[in-house]
Design a protein around this ligand. Sequence first.
Ligand SMILES: Nc1nc2c(ncn2[C@@H]2O[C@H](COP(=O)(O)OP(=O)(O)O)[C@@H](O)[C@H]2O)c(=O)[nH]1
Ligand SMILES: [Mg+2]
Length: 294
Amino acid sequence: MCIDCGCSTGANIKISKPESIENQIEKPQTEQQKYSFANAHSHILSDGSVVTHSHKITKDKHSHYNEEVVEQKSLRPTTKIVSLEKNVLTVNDNLALENRNFFRKQNILALNLVSSPGAGKTTLLVRTIKELQTEISFSVIEGDQSTTKDAEKIKATNCDVVQINTDTACHLEAKMIQESLNHLKPKKNSILAIENVGNLVCPALFDLGEYAKVVILSVTEGEDKPIKYPHMFRASSVMILTKIDLLPYLDFDVTSCINYALNVNPKLKVFQVSAVTGEGLKDWFNWLKKSSKI
Ligand SMILES: Nc1nc2c(ncn2[C@@H]2O[C@H](COP(=O)(O)OP(=O)(O)O)[C@@H](O)[C@H]2O)c(=O)[nH]1
Ligand SMILES: [Mg+2]
């Protein structure tokens, strides 16, 4: 988990629009900004619970965001650390709540698209926008560690898009979404698709204020992923099993996959699609139309 490996420590978050990819719109300038979304991460404690917090590591000391210098990194988890970490999770949750309230007021259906890298999030998104954009207004926030490649693909559909580059961090946080919204300005009565960083682990922990997490699983990944990464499938409301056009070439058991997913989360709504052939997309589109109340 990002929290243990410290992958986000010192991450240099960038938000940009594809028409000015060289011009960074926003870069954390203050210590607080930097650590509020650069260094948040989680630990699995000895009792099995997961906690998230931020570190500020300087030459000779190690402190937590919004707190005075407290602990050396080598210290075992204590009640004090747990409460500090809960504070940081609360910070994210509070910002996510602000985002959610904004989306509700504006009647914006915000969806958090999560998957492993290469599952097919961008391809599905591009096809969805192309096929529905005469009926529904879309905007997109793209999350990747590096490059604006996905934002450029979205931009090519004439859809408004902002790219967040998370550098070493492996997930998006509510604060990043809030900052991106200032630049994106999504329309009322629209759908906002947030493509999270490709990772089946950490994005499950961070509420962005979305209406629903949509987990995309491709048939090339193996049918056991819902039970190997249960947190993500539990946190999601929708699972899209994609690349089904490749099933004839693979040893992939669709029934087992769906059963695994439903065992982990009986409320999961499941779609089977191919973003290449278009098979199954109608049901997904109907769900989008119904959920956006348009
Ligand atoms: N055969 C097939 N390939 C797909 C499908 N969806 C995506 N791909 C391919 O999978 C690769 C990764 O897709 P991409 O959308 O970039 O994945 P992302 O990293 O989750 O955004 C690309 O080569 C796509 O062309 C699909 O439904 N069928
Ligand atoms: Mg992508």
